[in-house]
Ligand binder design. Structure first.
Ligand code: ATP
Ligand code: MG
Length: 422
């Protein structure tokens, strides 16, 4: 036998038994986006590397060590997208969608990061991204949170998730705070871990967000960003809280929440769960008013979030097992002419009752074998055709999940009879 070729580590096949969960989540998300009046945008999976360097930030984990970067045949440096916001802003600027107007956009698809694969952390993973442009006020930040809260409710996850919010303030306030933070951390530099030491001069706010308990303990007494906010950002944050409170959304203000990407200002938020071990963040976002200008567009305020689809699928798999079923109706046929007739009947049924899921038995087999396959398909009804039925133009209707007498009817009455049964 030839040697087997395997998938790339951290890049998953999503198998037929798992796709029902994905489809359920995807259709719920589409409906949710429609109900808030958001439009879908689709961007390429590959972009120029510089886009992510400039948008996400040179000294972020993503750009420093997680991107799939390669040279194409022209020698241009390209990268598989590690996230969607940068591409969305790039597309918005390129097509004139952002200047002097509002946009409410969403996209869904694969993202790529070279991380250490583990449960809930993959190298190809999927996100729903939602981005709004041209709305500076906190009401839209609140709406992004409200729509995610609605999603948890619809999926039955509302008891499994918790919301954390924070404000990063204006860029100026953040820069001033950054200096204060460095002053605090510099003297205890030797006690920090390697990652944090590296970030001290480049991205010290990230140290607050460290997952290392020892570092967490050290930064406990660090000056708080919340004590250094500018007045306008304070008001913005108050307004956000007011709208969340009025809508009964519970949250924790986590003053150490900073997010791993450079482009955020003012509002940041994360939805977390304790049901997935270490990979507990299922949705994260915030405001990024400076990004459009940073990428060469006109200054445009913006706010958005991204949601990790794999992590949410893992949560819904736990609460509501979906029994696999590929058919409502299975056509059992014995003999050459019955087999041909069964295919004609199945095609007619798909014409007349389009929502009906119909599967034909192929490859022959005796009745026993065929009924076993019918059962496995999840069908509730089997249609039975033998040579005699073909000659008499009749058909048997057998109920696979109920104790009901088998029916024998003229084929001409089949559509009406099935309509009355389903
Ligand atoms: P984490 O702290 O878990 O690494 P992050 O801050 O890198 O997350 P974002 O870039 O904000 O995450 O992405 C938004 C969401 O996408 C995350 O909250 C998570 O649900 C999901 N996500 C991010 N990276 C991965 C990954 N490698 N595998 C699966 N899901 C991921
Ligand atoms: Mg990460």
């Amino acid at each position: 036998m030839a040697q087997k070729i395997q998938a790339i580590r951290g890049m998953n096949d999503i198998l037929p038994e798992q796709t029902p969960y994905w489809q359920k989540l995807e259709s719920t998300l589409r409906r949710l986006m429609d109900s808030y009046g958001y439009s879908e945008i689709r961007m390429p999976i590959v972009e120029k590397t510089n886009l992510f360097k400039r948008a996400v930030g040179e000294v972020t984990d993503i750009v420093e060590k997680e991107m799939y970067t390669f040279e194409d045949r022209n020698g241009d440096s390209l990268s598989l997208r590690p996230e969607g916001t940068a591409s969305c802003v790039r597309a918005g600027i390129e097509h004139g969608l952002l200047y002097n107007q509002e946009q409410r956009l969403w996209y869904m698809g694969p993202m790529f990061r070279h991380e250490r694969p583990q449960k809930g952390r993959y190298r190809q993973f999927h996100q729903l991204g939602v981005e709004t442009f041209g709305i500076a006020t906190a009401d839209v930040d609140a709406e992004l949170i409200l729509m995610t809260a609605r999603l948890w409710k619809e999926l039955g996850l509302h008891d499994s998730v918790q919301l954390e919010i924070n404000s990063l303030g204006s860029n100026e306030a953040r820069a001033a705070y950054r200096d204060r933070l460095i002053e605090f951390l510099e003297p205890i530099k030797d006690k920090l871990d390697e990652d944090s030491q590296r970030r001290l001069m480049t991205n010290p706010l990230r140290i607050l967000d460290s997952k290392n308990p020892e570092v967490q303990a050290l930064v406990q007494d660090a000056p708080k960003l919340s004590d250094h906010l500018d007045e306008e950002s304070k008001e913005h944050f108050e307004r956000l809280r007011q709208i969340l409170d009025a809508n009964g959304i519970e949250y924790v203000v986590n003053t150490n929440l900073v997010r791993g990407l450079d482009y955020y200002n003012r509002t940041v938020f994360e939805w977390i769960t304790d049901k997935l071990g270490a990979q507990g963040t299922i949705c994260a976002g915030g405001r990024y008013d400076g990004l459009t200008e940073q990428l060469g567009g006109h200054a445009t305020t913006a706010s958005g979030f991204a949601m990790g689809i794999e992590r949410i699928v893992a949560l819904i798999e736990d609460i509501e097992p979906i029994t696999p079923s590929v058919a409502d109706l299975y056509l059992v046929a014995l003999g050459d002419s019955a087999e041909v007739n069964a295919i004609q009947i199945a095609e007619t049924l798909r014409d007349k009752i389009p929502q009906l899921r119909v599967r034909n038995n192929f490859g022959g087999g005796n009745f026993k074998k065929q009924f076993k396959r019918a059962d496995k398909s999840g069908a509730t009804i089997a249609l039975v055709l033998g040579e005699q039925e073909v000659q008499e133009a009749t058909i048997g209707i057998k109920f696979l999940r109920e104790q009901k007498e088998q029916l024998q009817i003229p084929q001409s009455e089949l559509v009406e009879t099935l309509k009355s049964l389903i």
